[in-house]
Design a protein around this ligand. Structure first.
Ligand SMILES: Cc1ncc(COP(=O)(O)O)c(C=O)c1O
Length: 386
């Protein structure tokens, strides 16, 4: 039976700080990137089993878990990963900060493609290294936004970097980069001796039956030059368990990376490891198939709604993720759209400016929720604009 994604449990427990309690009670949350759906049953069953056994002791990532991850990469992409190449990390944000600690310096900073996930912008603050921007270039067709790489800028900026932090699929734009673009980015990075760190946390949240290719799958030369970051967190909605994996085929890179992980003692919680084992085993793939269909319909509903009822607003039509990017600059609002909708619509979105300094007139909207809540949020926004 297909899972009922119209069911979204009440998360408004005042003792807990989460997406639903962070702001005041009357605010509808469409901000931080977790979904309002329960995780798939097999994961919950596993976590219950661990709790029932009673002892919540230390655990390390097992060989079985690393083999399960390698098997999944083979099954999904025909990408041959050796289980030994897998390093567990306490989430993907830790994962790319570790990479920057190991491979960047004052002279060789971190290259990113704004507008991009806010935590990418924090790496420079955490480590005191330069951030180098190669912004994606906006295209407008009707009210639909899309973004492309400016190759001249990319080529120029890469020279100042020690590491390129790629977001693929891209948050907040929902782009799945094509093989052609990936090959060109990789060629430029390798030619300039810049390490590629590919954040692929959203890689299984594909809409419309789209396909995804991991950067490191493209050639053994690229794999040798790339750290791939994956996690069950976004796909199976278990981000609070803080468990991710770096896949590093190059032994030398892996040893340097693992040394940093050990230095910082980034040990993953046992519940995270148990959840990952079940998530990557394939047991939850039926749930995932239904989720993708539901999210695709949500995306279509959202884009149609904006086109019909907010014609001056521009929006992406994402190929992956449950995140959309909306441009309110045509409306000439006095406040930023983030402040405007928080105050006038009681809807919490993610403020465009956290994705890059030029994006104050934009917001990111999370549509990983029931259609009813999505419609409620959009109705509130539409009424506020009217
Ligand atoms: C691109 C990207 N990377 C990483 C994360 C968060 O990763 P974690 O919670 O595992 O640190 C997110 C969450 O939204 C994300 O969108």
């Amino acid at each position: 039976m297909p899972y009922n994604f119209n069911h979204t449990p009440n998360r408004r427990d005042p003792k807990v700080v989460n997406k639903w309690t962070y702001y005041k009670k009357d605010i509808l949350p469409m901000w931080v990137a977790d979904m309002d759906f329960p995780a798939p049953k097999p994961i919950l069953k596993e976590l219950h089993k661990v709790a029932d056994q009673g002892v919540l002791g230390y655990e390390l990532p097992s060989t079985v878990l690393k083999e399960t991850i390698a098997t999944r990469m083979d099954k999904l992409y025909k990408w041959k990963v050796k289980p030994d190449s897998v390093v567990a990390v306490t989430g993907i944000v830790s994962g790319f900060n570790v990479a920057a600690r190991a491979f960047c310096s004052q002279k060789k900073g971190i290259l990113v493609q704004p507008p991009v996930y806010n935590e990418f912008h924090e790496v420079k603050n955490n480590l005191g290294i330069p951030q180098i921007d190669a912004p994606l270039v906006e295209q407008v067709n009707g009210n639909i936004l899309s973004y492309e790489i400016d190759w001249d800028v990319f080529e120029k900026q890469v020279k100042k970097a020690g590491m390129f932090l790629l977001c693929n699929p891209h948050n907040p734009l929902g782009i799945i980069f094509s093989r052609k673009d990936l090959l060109r980015m990789a060629e430029i990075c390798i030619r300039n001796n810049v390490l590629i760190v590919s954040d692929e946390i959203h890689s299984e949240l594909l809409l419309d039956g789209n396909q995804f290719t991991p950067m490191a799958k493209l050639s053994s030369e690229i794999a040798n030059h790339t750290i791939t970051l994956i996690a069950p967190s976004k796909t199976f909605n278990v981000p609070g368990l803080f468990c991710g994996f770096a896949i590093i085929p190059n032994k030398e890179l892996r040893e340097r990376y693992t040394k940093e992980v050990e230095y910082l003692r980034l040990h993953v919680s046992s519940m995270g490891l148990h959840a990952a084992q079940v998530a990557f085993s394939g047991e939850c793939d039926g749930w995932l198939r239904d989720l993708r269909k539901y999210l695709t319909t949500n995306r279509n509903f959202l884009v149609d709604y904006v086109t019909k009822h907010m014609p001056d607003v521009r929006i992406t039509s994402p190929d992956a993720t449950y995140l959309a990017w909306l441009d309110f600059t045509q409306l000439k609002l006095k406040k930023s759209p983030f402040d405007f909708f928080m105050m006038e619509a009681k809807v919490a979105l993610s403020d465009g400016k956290i994705f890059g300094t030029d994006y104050r007139g934009y917001v990111r909207l999370n549509f990983g929720t029931s259609r009813k809540i999505l419609k409620q949020g959009l109705d509130r926004m539409r009424n506020a604009l009217n």
